[in-house]
Design a protein around this ligand. Structure first.
Ligand SMILES: [Zn+2]
Length: 145
């Protein structure tokens, strides 16, 4: 098994593997784990309500963007990205989607420093799932913009 990190890992930090859909609220995640006779004690499950509310907000932002794809607000996307990172959800597709929206919006705004910063994060996240080649343009934004 090969594991790629999409964010920095602190020394001694536990690396976990999901047995359920990590965007679900804790009560549903715990129910999914019952057949395995497991009780999850990860940071999100330990936070309970606080984490559940953040995950509902993440899903709401994504739904709002899906309902109106023309309305890609940088402010909203950055808030969603912050929530995804706070919840440690860099592993899900939504994280990569939001990173792409943020990077593209900074490119449109010709904000080079932020476009390069988020472009590198996007490239790294795509590399982690073996899609780096398709996103190589985001790796070198420094030389393009
Ligand atoms: Zn958990």
């Amino acid at each position: 098994m090969r594991v790629h990190a999409v964010r920095a890992i602190e020394e001694g930090e536990e690396i976990t593997s999901a047995y359920t859909d990590v965007i679900k609220s804790s009560i549903f995640r715990q129910a999914d784990l019952e057949p395995y006779d497991m009780v999850c004690t990860c940071a999100a499950c330990s936070k309970g309500n606080e984490s559940d509310i953040a995950r509902v907000m993440i899903q709401f932002y994504d739904l709002a963007r899906d309902l109106n794809p023309e309305n890609k607000s940088l402010e909203v996307a950055l808030r969603e990205l912050e929530l995804l990172e706070m919840e440690g959800l860099e592993c899900i597709k939504m994280y990569r989607d939001v990173l792409e929206v943020v990077t593209d919006l900074y490119i449109e705004e010709e904000h080079k420093e932020n476009a390069v910063y988020y472009g590198k994060k996007l490239y790294k996240a795509q590399c982690a799932i073996g899609q780096g080649d398709r996103y190589s343009k985001y790796r070198d934004l420094d030389g393009v913009l």
